[in-house]
Design a protein around this ligand. Structure first.
Ligand SMILES: NC(=O)C1=CN([C@@H]2O[C@H](COP(=O)(O)OP(=O)(O)OC[C@H]3O[C@@H](n4cnc5c(N)ncnc54)[C@H](O)[C@@H]3O)[C@@H](O)[C@H]2O)C=CC1
Ligand SMILES: O=C([O-])CC(=O)C(=O)O
Length: 312
């Protein structure tokens, strides 16, 4: 008898995809199908089998399989896209746009064909523009195509604040809006440690430095790794989104959403606070912004629009 566990497909079995598959399995969020190109079929099967062989030791029940055949993804509840190229030192995320847009179009056709009712979460960079590409190519409603950036950017901010104050990361909350680029907008005004506004605990000068480090957080890891980009924190961020959807949690989490008038933008995908639940993106939360915050968000939205123009 077939089991009733949720089915999650992860397209791209590289660093972020494989790490995401493993965490999804460890947390028993569902069965996982890891998909890569035919030339990578054996390594992908090998990674999946290796993860399965960790399950008796760690004590988790989840089938994790590797494949290059999209038929194996049929009927997925959620599909995560990590396929594509990653940047190297000296590159910006936007340098990846042409190659990755082509990959988005081809993988989206397959996803839609085999899982017409799924929710798609995009990770591939430049992620705001890639989320837009997948949305258009899929023909899905905007509730079922979202992108990941804000959980990761907020996690970096929270990490740096916890390091600064020598406090548990569990007590630090943050809020990062905008595109996933160096002009993203960490909203210090909406960030707390144990309910206390950060502005009461950290000097303006140190907070500015933390905001700047957050904005460049992806590049910091790229420079340290030398041949690829971050994957542990990105994978953990994807898993939080998948879990919110498959467990219908209605979590308040940032995601990249298609905007139709919210925050004054139309027809672009941008990181905003959202509610994620069983229907995918259930609501976009509109916050009041100060003039400075809105102008920083405008600048970030302009950067996303400039990348989207390349796609047109
Ligand atoms: N939005 C975000 O916050 C983040 C985005 N990223 C982005 O995620 C993407 C993946 O990063 P990594 O996993 O580190 O790269 P990676 O190079 O380790 O893995 C990418 C995988 O995609 C596969 N692939 C390429 N074309 C494919 C296709 N047509 N179908 C299926 N699989 C295909 C490759 O064979 C490779 O295994 C990059 O674009 C990176 O910039 C990475 C971290 C954070
Ligand atoms: O920096 C990159 O290229 C990968 C990424 O988006 C991140 O780690 O934030």
């Amino acid at each position: 008898m077939a089991n009733k566990r949720k089915k999650i497909s992860v397209i791209g079995g590289g660093f972020t995809g494989a790490t995401t598959a493993f965490i999804l399995g460890q947390k028993e969020i569902g069965d996982v199908v890891l998909v890569d190109i035919p030339q990578m079929e054996n390594p992908t099967k090998g990674k999946a089998l290796d993860m399965m062989e960790a399950s008796p030791v760690q004590g988790f029940d989840a089938a994790i399989t590797g494949t290059s055949d999209y038929a194996d993804t049929a009927g997925s509840d959620v599909v995560v896209i990590t396929a594509g190229i990653a940047r190297k030192p000296g590159m910006s995320r936007d340098d990846l746009v042409n190659t990755n847009a082509g990959i988005m179009k081809s993988v989206t056709k397959e996803i839609v064909k085999h899982s017409p009712d799924c929710t798609i979460i995009v990770l591939t960079n430049p992620v705001d523009a890639m989320t837009y590409t997948v949305l258009k190519e899929s023909g899905f409603p905007k509730q079922r195509v979202i992108g990941q950036s804000g959980i990761l950017d907020t996690a970096r901010f929270r990490t740096f604040v916890a390091m600064e104050l020598n406090l548990s990361v569990k007590d630090v909350t943050g809020f990062v809006l905008g595109g996933h680029g160096d002009d993203m907008v960490p909203l210090v005004r909406y960030s707390y440690a144990g309910g206390i506004p950060l502005e009461k605990l950290i000097s303006k000068e140190r907070l500015d430095a933390i905001v700047e480090r957050t904005r460049k957080g992806g590049g910091e890891i790229v420079n340290l790794l030398g041949n690829g980009s971050a994957y542990y924190a990105p994978a953990a961020s994807l898993v939080e989104m998948v879990e919110a959807i498959v467990k219908d949690q209605r979590r308040v989490l940032p995601s990249i959403a298609y905007l139709e008038g919210e925050y004054g933008y139309n027809g672009i995908c941008l990181g905003v606070p959202t509610i994620l639940g069983g229907n995918g993106l259930e609501e976009i939360i509109e916050l009041e912004l100060t003039v400075e915050e809105k102008s920083a968000l405008d600048q970030s939205a302009e950067s996303v629009k400039a990348v989207m123009k390349v796609l047109a």
